[in-house]
Design a protein around this ligand. Structure first.
Ligand code: DP6
Length: 359
């Protein structure tokens, strides 16, 4: 499907003013998106678990205005005007205007809040851009009432991607694939879609996020993706992601936790290896990140509990495990890992169903 397919034909309805409220969750990649090309297109396909508790809640107010010469919006973050978000939203609107031609006809109030602490080092761009995209789609659906739910979700993911790549994986649950992949029918670089064929055990999978370092990101993800241009190992890494996605789909389908653990941890370390071997180079793990990884490995070896870790582009550790071992893993976290977290902080999350309309 070409991206032009997302340009709407003339709207049949008009609407003067109103508001919508949506929540959209964060997601954690198992096979990582790292490297991009063209207009926010991924250099390789990725797959993620949609989270449930870490989310952004956004109310979009809109009112028709006289002059449709420029974008007009106000941004509130947790009730306060937030001018520093303006350039990001302005850029997002510029990128999506072709696909939402009504954008300059309205004045918007974007009122947003996160359920997770800011400066927790948890990326809010995925949940934030997804929450804005689904709100804008509600307005488009009001202008075009014939839109189907599938069309709504696909275009919401398409728009979210233009705000932040990983945001396209935050519209649907529970497991989402984004990016062209020969072995995945209907896969696309333009949007993410739900992977249905996963085993029971993943339906209630747990993700406890250990906050090792809550500071500002050392490397923005946009800069990080750029580091893959001219990276000596880029082509091999992209090929590996294709292979890992095939293996991961198989592990998810069979409920093969051993394979799941292997691919997930290898992907996390590969992501960091790419950063360590780029020019300039970065180490985003902290000493406590490594302490935690080693503890998880010895706990798994000693107990046989299928718990593993993954990482984002930062020092925090996502601890992933099936629900039926929750008690054991939470005891282990409280007894042995909390000491490595900044201010002993961690967030309990689990797999979730995607964006939800609240109002
Ligand atoms: C390491 O989606 O934040 O989390 O497209 O520039 O907004 P932009 O990047 P972003 O990159 C996320 C990278 C990652 C891996 C992943 O989520 O797949």
């Amino acid at each position: 499907m070409p991206d032009k397919a997302f340009i709407p034909s003339a709207y049949t309805n008009t609407i003067e003013k109103g508001s919508f409220t949506w929540s959209a969750p964060s997601n954690i990649a198992l096979v990582k998106y790292w490297g991009k090309k063209g207009k926010q297109l991924p250099a390789n396909p990725s797959i993620s678990l949609t989270l449930n508790n870490c989310k952004t809640i956004t109310t979009l107010g809109f009112e028709k205005k006289e002059n449709s010469g420029s974008f007009s919006f106000e941004l509130l973050f947790e009730g306060q005007l937030k001018e520093s978000f303006r350039p990001k939203i302005e850029k997002f609107f510029e990128r999506i205007e072709e696909y939402l031609p009504f954008l300059k006809d309205y004045h918007f109030t974007i009122d947003t809040q996160n359920t997770f602490p800011h400066s927790s080092g948890i990326a809010s761009s995925a949940s934030g851009m997804a929450a804005l995209a689904v709100n804008l789609m509600s307005l488009e659906a009001a202008l075009n009432p014939l839109m189907t739910e599938d069309e709504f979700n696909q275009k919401a993911s398409f728009l979210a991607r233009l705000g932040s790549g990983s945001a396209c994986r935050s519209v649907s649950g529970n497991v989402v694939i984004w990016g062209d992949h020969d072995e995945t029918a209907h896969s696309s670089n333009l949007y993410g879609f739900a992977f249905e064929g996963f085993h029971e055990v993943f339906k209630t999978y747990q993700d406890t996020i250990l906050l090792v370092d809550k500071g500002e990101k050392q490397v923005s993800s946009t800069l990080g993706h750029d580091l893959m241009h001219g990276h000596p190992f880029a082509q091999q890494r992209f090929a590996q992601a294709h292979d890992n996605l095939s293996l991961m789909k198989e592990a998810l389908a069979k409920g093969d936790l051993e394979a799941f653990i292997k691919i997930t941890e290898s992907e996390a370390l590969t992501l960091h290896a790419m950063m360590m071997t780029s020019m300039p180079y970065f180490i985003l793990m902290k000493p406590n990140t490594l302490e935690i990884i080693n503890k998880i490995w010895s706990f798994r070896e000693q107990t046989g509990v299928p718990v593993c870790f993954t990482l984002d582009a930062g020092a925090n550790v996502h601890v992933l495990y099936p629900e039926n071992v929750s008690n054991k893993v939470l005891d282990f976290i409280k007894n042995e890992l909390v000491g490595y977290c900044q201010n002993s902080q961690y967030i309990c999350d689990e797999i979730g169903t995607g964006a939800v309309r609240i109002n």
